[in-house]
Structures are given as structure tokens and as C-alpha cells.
Design a binder for this molecule. Structure first.
Ligand code: HEM
Length: 130
């Protein structure tokens, strides 16, 4: 039998929705996330919707992102925003707390975070300040 997708393993759309909402709440509230929060528009609803769609697809659930927005090309989409190690780390910190709080399946959580670490690291597009 095929392995269940990570999407199914974590509880599908309701879990992704709660995860993304918690992630952006962290970004909104945490002083260490102030710089990355400032890169976003005032209203986070649109980007939250986009991240939910992306994660649904990325975790093996319904493809909600590409049919609407085209090929994800995440690195290219992030080029306008200066992302160095500090921005990567702030993003990951907001996501780690959200994962730890929302995703109860420990094995899936660990796997998702490990993949996100790689993705966020690859998203860096500026050298670190010296
Ligand atoms: C590494 C640090 C990161 C920073 C600083 C960052 C920052 C941003 C910013 C500023 C936006 C645009 C927001 C707006 O239009 O108001 C954005 C959009 C987005 N980001 Fe990130 N991001 C990071 C990593 C990631 C990662 C790792 C993922 C995927 C797991 C991701 C997924 C997305 C998605 C799906 C969108 C929406 C794209 C769209 O709807 O067109 N980001 N990000």
C-alpha cells in the first residue's frame, strides 16, 4: 500500500490552515520577526491564502497553488525581498513554533521541518552583513 502523504498524515486542510495562521500570528507578534514582517504588506490575508495553497500542494494534497499562480518558483518569487541568514532564521523560528503547536504527528512534523529548513536556506538571496 502507498505511504499516506504528509498532507493526510497531519490532518489535511484544517491543519494547514491552523499552521499558517499560527505562523503569521508569530510573525506579527515576535520582535525577532519584525524585519521579515515589514517586508510583507499590511494585510497578511492574501499571503496566508497563498501559503496555505502552496503547502497543500507541497505536502502531497490538492494542487491549489500552481493552477492559480503558475509554477511555484519560490526562489524567484522571493528575489525582491532581501533574505540572508537572519531573515531565514526568523522565518524558520516562526514556523517551528507553529509546527510544534499545531501538528501533533511527531514524525511528520520532524520531516516537514527538515524539508522547510532546506527550502528556507535555499531562499537566501543576499550575503550576510559583515
Ligand atoms: C526564508 C525566509 C522567507 C522570507 C523572509 C519570506 C518572505 C516573503 C514575503 C515578503 C512574501 C510576499 C508577501 C506579500 O506579498 O505581502 C512571501 C510570499 C510567500 N512566501 Fe515567503 N519568505 C520566506 C520563506 C518562505 C518559505 C521557506 C516558503 C515555503 C515553504 C515561503 C512561501 C511563500 C509563499 C507561498 C508566498 C506567497 C506567494 C504568492 O502567493 O505569490 N516563503 N514570502
Amino acid at each position: 500500500m502507498a505511504e499516506p502523504s504528509l498532507y493526510d498524515a497531519i490532518g489535511g486542510a484544517p491543519t494547514i490552515s491552523a499552521l499558517v495562521d499560527r505562523f503569521y500570528t508569530n510573525m506579527e507578534l515576535w520582535p525577532e520577526a519584525r524585519a521579515i514582517r515589514a517586508m510583507h504588506g499590511d494585510d497578511l490575508a492574501g499571503v496566508a491564502h497563498g501559503l496555505k495553497a502552496y503547502l497543500s500542494e507541497w505536502l502531497g494534497g490538492p494542487a491549489l497553488f500552481s493552477p492559480v499562480k503558475g509554477h511555484p518558483r519560490m526562489k524567484m518569487r522571493h528575489m525582491p525581498f532581501p533574505i540572508a541568514s537572519a531573515e531565514r532564521d526568523a522565518w524558520l523560528a516562526c514556523m517551528k513554533e507553529a509546527l510544534d503547536t499545531v501538528v501533533t504527528n511527531r514524525a511528520a512534523r520532524i520531516q516537514i521541518y527538515a524539508s522547510m529548513e532546506k527550502l528556507a536556506d535555499w531562499m537566501r538571496n543576499r550575503p550576510d552583513p559583515v
